[in-house]
Design a protein around this ligand. Structure first.
Ligand code: GLU
Length: 447
């Protein structure tokens, strides 16, 4: 992705002001590579330095998280919350607990989130947070004590009109419960709208656990529809085996496709007959186990360590594990094996080389900020239900999710066409997201 010379100065400032943050640079570069035609058409946005302001987070919070492990030893982690942009609503975005988390990772995620949330058309700004805490192998008690310590600092920055976290990698329903419990205890307020992804009996919304995976699959179906086809009968590969991957597999199967492979950080499984979702859910959701356990239960399946899941031939690929998991070489294998659509379930899973390869080969490519927006959109629906003290049925909520994904798809598709890049969802998503955020910022004065 080349950056227009008018934006080169913006890029230079971002790189020099944020040293050692390659993922943040990468996310900014992708957006800068798309928006030059907008600034030409809307000189007022350039005059008001909209993109310069969007690249600078409104607030960045870094804090110590001390906690005691089961052996009585004191542990110290680092906590983050980057409140990126609140032009469209309270900061909204998940918390990630993973040893790879650092300020650059949180900034890339917060930057992406700002555009993603704008694309949903919901009233939510962008933010992201997390910690370098590694939940793997930790007991329930350790997870709880860590979450309580994390919230003991974070609570002062939150509020249903200020900043509303949710889950991400390493943060699911259990962690959201401990975090909300501590927030409630400190503030003496049952403020349901302060966090999303809550359990269904204490303020959560139906479809929220499924929403990211379902939403990405709805997006895939829309992209295929434009090309005169559908998921029905298609062979798919979904990387990862967390919440996003599991519910993407579920929806692909419901729509008649067949997912033959998924993965975790150790390796990947291939089951040519189609992944058996009940088995996978038992292993991953009920027992918090590893995908390798799948082959102990399904004789026909194999477990591969050391290769790339993208060597498994498929027509639709849904990278749903983590950033930069799909490289230029992986893109070549997928293209050689006849992939027709690639849909990012995770945030920025395809490297810039991979994205260029897909676009050059005419593969339908959906960037995460558009395709995985169903999760945060359903979080906004959860906030809506909390605000009205209401709860909707599964069917109604899923229908809303499907409509939102269709809306995002169409906005990306039409914007790409309008700006002379037909079929390029990267350009469409970046421009549509940028326009919504920057026009709101313009309306609110110099913020
Ligand atoms: N972590 C999710 C994302 O990347 C969801 C955030 C939310 O629901 O606030 O969009």
């Amino acid at each position: 992705m080349t950056i227009d010379e008018r934006l080169e100065q913006v890029w230079d400032v971002v790189v020099s002001r944020n040293p050692g943050e390659p993922e943040f640079h990468q996310a900014v570069q992708e957006v800068l590579g798309s928006i030059a035609p907008v600034l030409e058409k809307h000189p007022e946005l350039a005059a008001h330095k909209s993109i310069e302001r969007i690249c600078e987070p409104e607030r960045q919070i870094i804090f110590r998280v001390p906690w005691m492990d089961d052996r009585g030893e004191i542990q110290i982690n680092r906590g983050f919350r980057v409140e990126f942009n609140s032009a469209l609503g309270p900061y909204k975005g998940g918390l990630r607990f993973h040893p790879s988390v650092n300020l650059g990772i949180v900034k890339f995620l917060g930057f992406e989130q700002t555009f993603k949330n704008a694309l949903t058309q919901m009233p939510i700004g962008g933010g992201k947070g997390g910690s370098d805490f590694d939940p793997k192998g930790r007991s329930d008690g350790e997870i709880m004590r860590f979450c309580q310590s994390f919230m003991t600092e974070l609570y002062r920055h939150l509020g249903e009109y200020t900043d509303v976290p949710a889950g991400d990698i390493g943060v699911g329903g259990r962690e959201i419960g401990y975090l909300f419990g501590q927030y409630k205890r400190i503030t003496n307020r049952y403020e349901s709208g302060v966090i999303t992804g809550k359990g269904i009996t204490w303020g959560g919304a139906l479809v929220r656990p499924e929403a990211t995976g379902y939403g990405a699959t709805f997006f895939a179906e829309e992209m295929l529809r434009v090309r005169g086809t559908s998921l029905d009968g298609k062979t798919c590969v979904v990387s990862g085996s967390g919440n996003v991957a599991i519910y993407a597999i579920e929806k692909v199967h419901q729509l008649g496709g067949k997912v033959v492979a998924c993965s975790d950080s150790v390796g990947y499984i291939v089951d040519e007959g189609g992944i058996d979702l009940d088995t996978l859910k038992e292993i991953k959701l009920d027992a918090r186990g590893r995908v390798s356990e799948y082959v102990e239960r399904r004789q026909a399946a194999k477990f591969v360590v050391g290769g790339s899941i993208w060597d498994v031939p498929c027509q639709v690929a849904m990278p749903s594990a983590t950033q930069n998991e799909l490289t230029g070489a992986d893109a070549k294998s997928l293209i050689n094996n006849g992939v027709i659509a690639v849909v990012e379930g995770a945030n920025m899973p395809a490297t810039p080389e991979a994205v260029s390869a897909f676009l050059d080969a005419g593969v339908a490519f959906a960037p995460g900020k558009a395709a995985n927006a169903g999760g945060v959109a359903t979080s906004a629906l959860e906030m809506q239900q909390n605000a009205s003290r209401d709860s909707w049925t599964f069917e109604h909520t899923e229908q809303r999710l499907a409509q939102i994904m269709e809306g995002i798809h169409d906005a990306c598709f039409e914007t790409a066409e309008e700006y002379g890049a037909p079929g390029n969802y990267v350009v469409g998503a970046n421009i549509a997201g940028f326009l919504r955020v920057s026009q709101a910022m313009l309306a609110l004065g110099l913020i």
